[in-house]
Design a protein around this ligand. Structure first.
Ligand SMILES: [Fe+2]
Ligand SMILES: [Fe+2]
Length: 195
């Protein structure tokens, strides 16, 4: 457990990464994309947001309530997740061939961008100031564990949507290269570290 905790990214870094992933996916949803691609991108966003919201509600927000209970951003976070869930179900019920599909996704993303801005400029810095690195890494371990449980039943669907949504996109290429470079850097740092 100790070794895992030491290697684990903090919960705050994981939250930031989830936010970036949703934004990068949204950037692929262009007016000229095929309906099949639009549908896959919207599904990728919906699945990612649902899993992310559950993880925050089960792990991050309870930890924040212990240190920052009256913070207004924290108080409105769950109602905002619930409004997001309402929009997600409306979006899922709308065919990607309709203009309404793009409008609903844009409305969802407007809300998400505001919510994410509040988290990244208020809650995450508070957590990093008040919780301490060890606790943040411990929560990171718990988040990874719970994420595997939540993703498990949907893993095939999520992989398929990602493949369709990002087919032929330069972002996928860039993310792939950046991801590989980051992994190589991490491994070389680990290898260089004295045992
Ligand atoms: Fe949130
Ligand atoms: Fe978030």
């Amino acid at each position: 457990m100790f070794a895992l905790k030491k290697l684990s990214p903090t919960i705050t870094d994981m939250i930031r990464f989830d936010h970036s992933h949703v934004l990068v996916t949204f950037h692929q949803y262009t007016a000229d994309a095929r309906p099949k691609v639009k549908k896959a991108l919207a599904e990728t966003i919906c699945d990612a947001l649902e899993i992310h919201a559950t993880l925050e509600e089960e792990l991050f927000y309870p930890a924040m309530r212990g240190i920052d209970n009256d913070e207004p951003v924290l108080l409105k976070s769950v109602p905002e997740h619930n409004e997001m869930r309402r929009l997600i179900s409306e979006l899922r019920a709308t065919p990607a061939t309709e203009v309404r599909h793009a409008q609903l996704l844009q409305q969802l993303m407007r809300d998400v961008i505001h919510h994410v801005a509040d988290e990244e400029t208020v809650l995450l810095p508070h957590a990093e100031r008040l919780l301490g690195k060890d606790r943040l890494s411990e929560l990171g371990v718990a988040m990874t564990k719970r994420r595997l449980e939540l993703v498990g039943p949907k893993a095939g669907k999520i992989a398929m949507e990602t493949a369709v949504g990002f087919s032929g996109s330069t972002a996928a290429l860039v993310l792939g290269v950046v991801g590989t470079a980051a992994a190589a850097l991490l491994l070389s740092k680990r290898a260089a570290r004295p045992a």
